[in-house]
Design a protein around this ligand. Sequence first.
Ligand SMILES: [Zn+2]
Length: 491
Amino acid sequence: MTCKRLRVSFQRRQDSTSSYHCCVPQCTASAKFNSYLSFHTFPKDTDLQERWVVNIRRDNFTVTQKTRVCSRHFESSDLIEPRAPTGRRHLKKGAVPVLFQWNNFAVSAARPGVWERIKRPNTDLTLDDPSVDVSVNYSDHDYVSTAESDALDLSLDHTDLRVEIANLRKQIEEISLSNKFCLERFAASDDDIRFYTRFASHGHLMAFWRQIEPATGKIVRVSRTQTAANPDEVPHTARATSLPPIDEFFLFMTYLSLGLMQKDLAHRFRIHQSTVSRIINTWANFLYTVLGPVGIWLDEEMVKAHMPDVFQQYSDTQVILDCTELRCQTQSSLLLKSEVFSSYKPHCTFKGLVGIAPHGAVTFISSLYEGAISDREILKQSGIVSLLKPTMAIMVDKGFLVEDCVPCKVHIATFLSKKAQLSGPEVRKTQSIARLRVHVERLIRRVKEHKIFSTVIPLSLTGSINQMYTVACLLVNYQNGPLVKAWHGNY
Ligand SMILES: [Zn+2]
């Protein structure tokens, strides 16, 4: 909580475009480049203002509303730190600037406040008593004076250093939090959560996490055993080799959603690249095991019960079918330079069939097939045919010629293609068709918007390609929350 607060205040001050400069001679502080400093106006009280002007050593000085003195010149005991994240640092009533370049940012010995603040070895009882006039003692015992003034300088330096250290520590904390890439950093922004994970909100993500968390204990042990069993693995002690399970999950989701390169993920999460691919493999496998057995095919009644209004004319639609593709780097990279292998392609493509119920649930996922497979063949091999009944209908894109392969009606539509434009006669059809098109496109986009469907899967992850594809499709049912609710939200 405090961390979040710090970050907010840090960014606010950094973002500020104010161009205040400190008016104290030899001080170069400005609000633009010293985000941790505050800049204070002169007091209204004329006597107090006069003391400020004298202290900062500026003769014939005109104080305006824009004249500022930076917080470096005040003792920390005179500064009131902000309580609210957006708050400003204030000065105590009657505070006077006393720390300057010319006194080495240290107050003079006459000020009892210093003696109270600094803990010193208790060598001289008289000096430690603030009620005693120090200067008198000094003049009485010259030898003490010399020794003590050295000690005094040292102590004063310490105070100054302590303030400096506290400031630096604060800055480091602020910077390291804003540099850390973790779920916690984005927890407050549903917008960011959607961007990085495709879960509708932080609440949706956490609801899903609570369902799978009990099982994560197992997977962590599995991945560690694998590490230990792999003698080729070079330990990288300089970097963190493990993330908290929830951040491993976050990394996996970020990978599916954005299709980032492993090197990029390694930098973001500050782990080794080999750890990134291990985490992705492990989580693809784990989620496949956890989500895979959940039966997703819905019976006819269930689909009908949730049938959206836009499907009026196609109310027998059981499932909308579409193909997705995944591309992989191929093993034969060593052959790249060989002239003989002129037909060499750097990638190979896999194709899978996805079925979505009209209300938005993913209800069918085939395994992946070699990319050249025809729509008809993938439909036959996927096993979906045995689930279809004569009373049902499937909805497919116009190029999907499968009418003679299925035991049911086929609604062929043009709406699955992004380029599809309504032609003259189509425009004259009811508006409900257009709404249907928008709806179905949205459903298919939910699956395809995972960027791994448009990036190339590196070799280190190809072993998990089937799991990754299945998990990305299955997750759609969880990322958008309760389906009926999601439906109501859309219209
Ligand atoms: Zn200053």
